[in-house]
Design a protein around this ligand. Structure first.
Ligand SMILES: [Zn+2]
Length: 359
């Protein structure tokens, strides 16, 4: 594998760990028998597919991304914009937070790797762009998880290009020093583990749809990466077609790049085609989410932060926001009750002469 990687001059070959994998996941078989270049081609193709689901009415600049983790799993994402702009989630952030919320970081730590080793490579693809390198916001997001990862894409002629993240961030912000300031010299062990121990509420197996959604949010909160706040949050979205998409918060030493649990779940739903499916079914973007459950094991009340509310505002005030109070009782409000006098995103959309970007 190492030799094959050198063949295309990729500095950071796929982990030996992949080769030792017993083949639990089908894709690993494929990786063992193919060269690094072919693997990277697959990852880039996944990023291309993801770009088709981009929600980008403001920039009209779709982007897709795909992360390949240490164990050969691929997680894709697209950009999901917001009329508040600040709440926009970039494709790379969607892919990365999806990987974490689906347990990739936990698996890496269980395998004896650090958080700086769990992403092998990330592919970025912008159909309207001539260059594939991520914006600086995303570089900072990725900086949290190691400068050794490869950032890959295609050049104008369709050839694979690859650079280490360290090449894209000379003189990087020292996240290791920030984590050391928080946790001391042993930060590598402390930064992520411990999250699961704060889950105080027992999982309840019975109950209706609302209970099921709250339990999915609880489960997602155990994946949270929150070394700075030590306040894990999980979220679970129920779409119009009864699919559930979960997310957790993923913090960043640059703070601004922190992605909230509601945003992770939302970006995952959009990037996995839920919004597209709704539009194909004749629904508007304001109808694709039925409800969202939010759960914070250290919180007494389930309501999302204003940042999370604004992220959801883009997709309709009729959705239900569900959670459980400290006594374990299910609580429910419509989003519009949580956002009196909302920012008028429909007027913003109308002002760009595009009432519904997906239709
Ligand atoms: Zn970006």
């Amino acid at each position: 594998m190492r030799l094959l990687c050198e063949e295309i001059n990729i500095a950071n070959p796929i982990s030996q760990f992949w080769l030792e994998d017993s083949g639990e996941h089908a894709i690993n078989h494929l990786m063992i028998s193919t060269s690094c270049k072919e693997i990277y081609r697959q990852v880039i193709e996944q990023a291309k597919l993801a770009s088709k689901f981009a929600y980008c009415p403001y920039s009209k600049y779709p982007v897709g991304a795909a992360v390949i983790t240490f164990d050969g799993q691929i997680y894709t994402g697209c950009n999901v914009e917001n009329c508040g702009y600040t709440q926009t989630i970039h494709a790379e952030q969607t892919a990365m937070t999806k990987a974490i919320s689906e347990g990739a970081l936990k698996r890496a730590l269980a395998a004896g790797l650090s958080q700086l080793e769990f992403i092998e490579a990330i592919a970025v693809y912008a159909p309207k762009g001539s260059d594939s390198w991520p914006c600086c916001n995303c570089r900072q997001s990725l900086n949290e998880f190691g400068l050794e990862m490869n950032v890959i894409g295609e050049d104008g002629s369709g050839s694979i290009v690859s650079k280490k993240l360290s090449e894209l961030i000379p003189h990087a912000f020292p996240m290791e020093s920030v984590l050391a300031a928080v946790f001391g010299a042993d930060w590598q062990k402390a930064a992520y583990q411990g999250v699961s121990t704060v889950l105080t509420s027992e999982k309840k197996k019975t109950g209706g749809k609302r209970r099921k959604l709250v339990e999915a949010a609880k489960e997602a909160s155990t994946m949270a990466y929150c070394p700075y706040s030590d306040y894990p949050v999980g979220a679970a979205i129920l779409t119009f077609d009864d699919q559930i998409y979960t997310g957790c918060n993923v913090e960043n030493c640059g703070y601004t790049q922190t992605i909230h649990a509601e945003q992770t779940a939302l970006a995952k739903a959009v990037s996995e085609g839920a919004l597209q499916r709704a539009c194909d079914a004749g629904l508007s973007q304001f109808e694709f989410i039925k409800s969202i459950a939010v759960y914070a094991p250290k919180g007494a009340k389930p309501w999302p932060s204003c940042n999370g509310r604004q992220a959801l505002n883009e997709f309709g005030l009729q959705m239900q926001v569900i959670g459980e109070n400290s006594k374990g009782t299910i609580m429910c409000k419509k989003l519009k009750e949580l956002i009196p006098y909302p920012f008028p995103m429909k007027e913003v959309l109308a002002s760009i002469h595009r009432a519904s970007p997906k239709t």
